[in-house]
Design a binder for this molecule. Structure first.
Ligand SMILES: [Cu+2]
Length: 183
């Protein structure tokens, strides 16, 4: 019996295992996603006089795998309202300048009936904006999440076809962003 393998044979065996592993995870990625997902709008604010204001509001999780037709529950742990608004990938702010010039934010705010020209006059009159087909599938689809204890959580269906990636932001705090991987 000989159990010795040449170094090359070992390398081939290890690489073969690695390739099998990659193929296995690719198969898993091609499977169907969960029919339900929960996203938290969470984080906190902090201020130090003459030093800084810091806001760590974020979506948890930011990348969400969901089955086409699946239901998302959006819950709030903060005292601020948020939105989950679908935008084009190019409209997700990546820099401070883009954050300050969030054009999609103004457009989506108007679609909710929010008057962006003056101070807030009350809760937004249109809680859910749906463009195109029913469910979340296209930029412009947007839902408002009230502050914690003021009417949330909210739910919506993701109707985009499997294989779609949907990018989203909060139009109130546009550094909050994420994406749906629809499976
Ligand atoms: Cu927000």
């Amino acid at each position: 019996m000989q159990s010795w393998k040449s170094p090359r044979a070992i390398v081939v065996a290890v690489l073969g295992g690695a390739l099998l592993t990659v193929a296995g995870s690719a198969l898993a990625a091609g499977g169907k996603g969960p029919t339900k997902a929960t996203i938290l709008a969470t984080g906190s604010e902090r201020m130090k006089a003459n030093a800084y204001y810091r806001n760590t509001f974020h979506f948890q999780a930011g990348t969400v795998t969901i089955r086409s037709g699946g239901t998302v529950t959006l819950a709030n742990t903060t005292k601020d309202a948020h939105t989950l608004s679908l935008v084009k990938q190019s409209q997700v702010p990546r820099t401070l300048k883009q954050l300050e010039n969030c054009n999609a934010c103004g457009e989506i705010a108007k679609s909710h009936g929010i008057n962006t020209e003056g101070p807030p006059t009350g809760p937004p009159p249109i809680r859910l904006v749906n463009v195109g087909a029913p469910g979340f599938d296209a930029p412009g689809d947007s839902v408002i999440l009230p502050p914690k204890g003021r009417g949330g959580p909210v739910t919506f269906k993701v109707s985009a076809h499997a294989g779609t990636i949907l990018n989203f932001i909060c139009i109130i705090h546009p550094w909050m962003s994420g994406r749906f991987l629809v499976r």
